[in-house]
Design a binder for this molecule. Structure first.
Ligand code: HEC
Length: 97
């Protein structure tokens, strides 16, 4: 019974975030990623995403960078959670199509 509940929760979570959920992504990002960017770039750390020239110039590169940084922080995010963070960063800062 418990197992079934868990599986259905998982199914809901997965379908909701197939394209990435920016709101969930913001929470994950604020928890794991902001402090170091603030330390290095000051302010709220978001300058790292809007500086010129910036490192990331398309959505694939953004996804790769998020996966790399997540691995570096030991966050152990699921691919869905990485997609949420990509969705958040893209909506808020990068605005790639
Ligand atoms: C230990 C410090 C640190 C942590 C933790 C960290 N970052 Fe970074 N991040 C950096 C630094 C430093 C750079 C700039 C690298 C450069 O200029 O070569 C960077 C660059 C980036 C960029 C590229 C910015 C651009 O130029 O477009 C992205 C995207 C990014 N980080 C995402 C993340 C995400 C997502 C997380 C959390 C999973 C994260 N970072 C955690 C230090 C960190």
């Amino acid at each position: 019974m418990r197992f079934l509940v868990l599986m259905s929760l998982l199914a809901v979570a997965t379908s909701a975030s197939a394209a990435g959920d920016p709101k969930a992504g913001k929470l994950l990002h604020d928890e794991r990623c902001v402090s170091c960017h603030v330390e290095k770039f000051g302010g709220d750390g978001s300058k790292i995403y809007t500086r010129s020239p910036r490192l990331i110039n398309n959505k694939t590169a953004l996804a790769q960078r998020v996966a790399m940084c997540a691995a570096m922080t030991g966050a152990k995010w699921f691919p869905e959670e990485e997609a949420d963070v990509v969705a958040y960063l893209n909506q808020q800062f990068y605005k790639f199509k």
